[in-house]
Design a protein around this ligand. Structure first.
Ligand SMILES: Cc1ncc(COP(=O)(O)O)c(C=O)c1O
Length: 447
């Protein structure tokens, strides 16, 4: 048997010896919310690949747009004032779609590159306006903003940072926002949203003239376990940023392009406008890799005065831009943000019925993002060992459902394509319930 998949590849976030022992899964085909492996087994893609495929798999319209662009111009770059036609159309489209004054895009190939670019842009911006002492980036505990050195330095999970230290200097961590496990040990709303005011404390503590930016995602992602911030949170942190002249970088890598039931996650917080927005994943639904950092007119006007010494060979790739345009066309035409809100509410309601079980600590939902926090005991909220969630994922996979757990292993995460029908959603929830109950029973734990 050919063992290339096991012997010649270093897998991300996997133990290679475990992959070698269990075997790799080679996915060969996808259609809407389903994918197939090379043995012909069909799975419900309950995680849209890696929270990517918002429009579902196998959309011929996108494939045709990519093919057509390939025939015309298969590569060009965005250095030295050059660009290409679809890339220009895409910057126009993003300026039209994005809130506030976010009108100037810089293209990259991933969310990590987008966030790294954002960190460099805010530092360059402050140097340009004579405030070069402002270089620090404040991020939240349990944050995941990607894996290059900048984003790793803003990672809120020690195991993701430790192997790579020393990291980039100037990254400051504050508590995150999660009422079920409040880091301040308070109750909502008598807490007065102290987690948001932790930003102000950090700015004052560090010295406001040293802080460049605050980065946060509207729903804290794969480490946090899909935790939406409380409704006051982003209004407060925006006000704090304004008060101290700190820029707000909004990481919409997962939450962008309809995922949360609005085009962008930050739109759930009325009147809150980021200074920079980072996107990837749903921008192209992953048919071709693409990301972007979009900056405000104010930032762009400052950067415009000097040389912007930053960029990637494949940034603004015309084929990726054609792909993104076609993908956004589908999201708009099929109203996938509204559909995500509607199907998301339907799925959330079904998942909430899990609360009857002793292992269901908290059910979190925002649009088509769902976190199921598993506890051994509802009163003391004691988490299971990580093997519990792992066993659930393995059993779900056997039964034809792909999902994943958060990095800490105490929550199961669902993030399916936004196109998912209610029938498939019913099936997904039924499989999930069955596998959790079965796993809980095998842990001598009566469901
Ligand atoms: C919120 C968030 N930001 C950034 C990233 C990094 O994106 P990429 O893996 O495309 O570099 C991710 C990846 O999952 C993410 O979830």
């Amino acid at each position: 048997m050919d063992r290339s998949a096991e012997n010649h590849m270093l897998y991300s976030f996997a133990s290679l010896s475990e992959v070698q022992q269990k075997g790799a899964t080679v996915i060969v085909k996808g259609e809407d919310c389903y994918v197939w492996d090379q043995e012909g087994k069909c799975y419900i893609d309950g995680f849209a690949g890696l929270q990517v495929v918002n429009i579902g798999h196998g959309r011929k319209e996108v494939v045709d747009a990519v093919y057509q662009q390939m025939q015309e111009l298969q590569y060009w770059h965005s250095f030295f004032g050059f660009t290409s036609k679809p890339t220009v159309q895409l910057v126009e489209k993003l300026a039209e779609l994005l809130p506030g004054n976010l009108n100037v895009s810089h293209f990259v190939n991933s969310g990590s590159e987008g966030n790294d670019s954002a960190f460099k842009i805010v530092r360059a911006y402050f140097k340009s306006i004579g405030q070069g002492g402002r270089y620090k980036i404040i991020y939240r505990d349990k944050a995941y903003h990607g894996m290059n050195m900048g984003a790793t330095s803003a990672n809120g999970f020690a195991n993701n940072r430790a192997p790579y230290e020393p990291l980039v200097p100037g990254f400051i961590r504050i508590p995150h926002c999660h009422c079920y496990r409040c880091p301040m040990d308070k109750e909502y709303s008598s807490c007065n949203i102290e987690c948001a005011y932790a930003l102000e404390e950090a700015i004052i503590g560090e010295g406001s003239d040293t802080v460049a930016a605050f980065i946060a995602d509207p729903v804290q992602g794969s480490i946090g376990g899909y935790v939406p911030a409380v409704k006051e949170y982003f209004t407060i942190v925006r006000e704090i940023c304004d008060k101290y002249g700190v820029l707000f970088i909004c990481d919409e890598v997962i939450t962008g392009f309809g995922r949360t039931g609005k085009m962008f996650g930050i739109e759930h917080y009325q009147g809150v406008e980021p200074d920079l927005m980072v996107m990837a994943k749903g921008l192209s639904s992953g048919y071709i890799p693409m990301g972007a950092v979009v900056v405000s007119d104010q930032i762009a006007s400052v950067l415009a005065k000097g040389m912007f010494a930053h960029g990637y060979t494949y940034g603004g790739h015309p084929v990726a831009a054609a792909c993104a345009l076609s993908n956004i066309g589908i999201i708009e035409r099929e109203n996938l943000a509204n559909k995500a809100a509607e199907t998301g509410a339907y799925i959330a309601q079904a998942l909430e019925s899990f609360l009857k079980y002793p292992w269901a600590g908290e059910i979190r939902a925002k649009g088509m993002m769902f976190g199921i926090e598993l506890v051994q005991d509802k009163v003391n909220k004691k988490p299971f060992p990580v093997e519990f969630a792992k066993s659930i994922l393995d059993l779900a996979r056997d039964k034809g459902l792909l999902l994943r757990m958060n990095t800490g292993g105490n929550s199961l995460l669902l993030c399916p394509p936004l196109t998912m029908s209610k029938d498939i959603a019913d099936n997904m929830v039924a499989i999930l319930e069955e596998v959790i109950v079965q796993t809980a029973e095998s842990y001598h734990y009566k469901a």
